[in-house]
Design a protein around this ligand. Structure first.
Ligand code: CMC
Length: 442
């Protein structure tokens, strides 16, 4: 099924598949819808009505939860496309504002469209002054992701005029506000944790440069944004912008399907991203590399990663969808060298350890057989640490970047005529109905 530009065309039925219950001999025909790229889907919406049975798919390994025109991944080939454009081309030639526009609106902007978008995002980057007091309620040693979940959830209490999800204009304003304010909130979370004053956004700077300044500038000194670091930051943002129906995006969609306001939905997405199996892996990778310490210790950790009785996993390795090198990791691997060189970091023990670990793991039969390759989180932490970010901020940065993906997916869902509240069913294996036993008889 083809589609014009970046706009979606509704899926068409390609053919049908027949499902036969071998116990009763009863058959049901289910339509198959063709995708623009990648696997078709079997439409099982009538299955329960027709057969009285649900499907069972813990972890959603074979379940398409929605129709989407945003992002396509070919996990076997290591391909990632946003609205049809490859992540490599976007990372090389585009910038985060352009990619954000592409995700939100479906096509790359022309000059005027881009200038207006950048202007609109820039002018939404300040947060309500009362939010400063809200921050002050947190402990100084709070994890910045905990602060993010709380503060982003609280945005709906500050911006009442953009919480009506049925009003297209309010949806748009909420989207701009989320994309614009996330770097400000993230930088504030950092500043609060190190006991430095909050730095207001500067409308002169671009998105990435502004974020670096809000994070690292102090009022007592001039701060000049290093263009190479700003470009590297921008690239990190592009690489994390969207990734199909991953756990946090599905969380945002599920929260939004009940009609919850977008700020609350994004806060739910941040909570989901925090886990070490998802966005929390970038922090976990650095912890792991520091724990491994020296390349001589790699075999011991590889052994542990392969041991089913040991919960240790090689963080930054493996992916539900990629069974090939994560294309984002390939870009970041290059970026890591550039950034470290720019910063004049001669001694790069962590990068060297990471590359050695990657080399050994990629030759190891266990990792080869299970198709476990480095993912986006494997190299990002090394770059971020070199830039001066503490480990606790790594997942926050992921959240800043992914906000545009979450918002675009949320908007797409709200605007989809087939929107229904997300309500999975289950295979019940608890006790059968039984009689209540009064306390004195138990
Ligand atoms: N180290 C050692 N073994 C692994 C690893 C790993 N990192 N990842 C998967 N395996 C093994 C796993 O034990 C299983 O073996 P078996 O078939 O013998 O039981 C097999 O590979 C398949 O793994 P799975 O857990 O069934 O696969 P999944 O699709 O449910 O999990 C994953 C994907 C990303 C959660 C997992 O690979 C993992 O935990 N990786 C480490 C955490 C990580 O780097 N997460 C970041 C993901 S990418 C960015 C993002 O989503 O935010």
């Amino acid at each position: 099924m083809g589609k014009a530009g970046g706009t979606a065309k509704k899926a068409e039925t390609e053919h049908t598949v027949t499902l036969t219950d071998n116990a009763t001999g009863k058959s049901v025909d289910l339509p198959v819808h063709a995708a623009t790229e990648g696997p078709s889907v079997i439409d099982i919406r009538t299955l329960y009505k027709e057969t009285g049975m649900f499907t069972y798919d813990p972890g959603f390994t074979s379940t398409g939860s929605c129709e989407s025109a945003l992002t396509f991944i070919d996990g076997d080939e290591g391909v990632l496309l946003h609205r049809g454009y490859s992540i490599e081309e976007l990372a090389e030639q585009s910038d985060f504002m352009e990619v954000s526009y592409l995700l939100v609106f479906g096509d790359l902007p022309n000059k005027e469209e881009k200038a207006k978008f950048v202007h609109d995002i820039t002018y939404h980057s300040m947060v309500h002054e009362q939010m400063l007091n809200f921050f002050r309620g947190f402990r100084r040693d709070a994890h910045p992701m905990a602060i993010m979940v709380g503060v982003v959830g609280a945005l709906s209490s500050f911006y009442h005029d953009s919480t009506d999800i049925n009003d297209e204009r309010q949806r748009m304003i909420a989207s701009y506000r989320m994309i614009a304010k996330m770097p400000t909130i993230a930088a504030m979370a950092y500043k609060y944790s190190v006991g430095q004053p909050f730095i207001y956004p500067s409308n002169e700077l671009d998105y990435a440069g502004n974020f670096l300044r809000m994070t690292f500038a102090v009022p007592a000194e001039d701060y000049e944004v290093n263009p190479i670091l700003a470009r590297a930051m921008d690239r990190i943002l592009i690489l994390h912008a969207d990734h199909e129906q991953n756990a946090s995006t599905s969380t945002v969609r599920l929260a939004g399907s009940s009609g919850a306001n977008p700020f609350a939905c994004i806060a739910a997405g941040i909570a989901s991203l925090w886990g070490p199996a998802h966005g929390g892996a970038n922090e976990a990778v650095l912890n792991m590399l520091e724990e491994i310490g020296h390349k001589d210790n790699i075999p011991e950790y590889l052994k542990r990663a392969k041991d089913k009785d040991d919960p240790f996993r090689l963080m930054g390795f493996g992916h539900r969808v990629y069974k090939n090198y994560d294309p984002r990791a390939a870009v970041l691997r290059e970026s890591a060298h550039e950034v470290l060189e720019e910063l004049g970091v001669k001694d790069t023990p962590l990068l060297e350890l990471a590359m050695e670990l990657e080399k050994i793991a990629l030759e190891d039969a266990y990792f080869v057989e299970k198709k476990l390759f480095p993912n986006v989180d494997f190299y990002s932490g090394i770059i971020l640490q070199a830039m001066g970010f503490p480990k606790s901020m790594f997942t926050v940065l992921f959240a800043v970047a992914r906000t545009v993906g979450w918002i675009s997916q949320w908007k797409e869902m709200i605007e989809d005529p087939v929107l229904k509240i997300g309500r999975p069913r289950q295979l019940y294996t608890g006790p059968e109905r039984r009689k209540y036993v009064p306390l004195d008889k138990r």
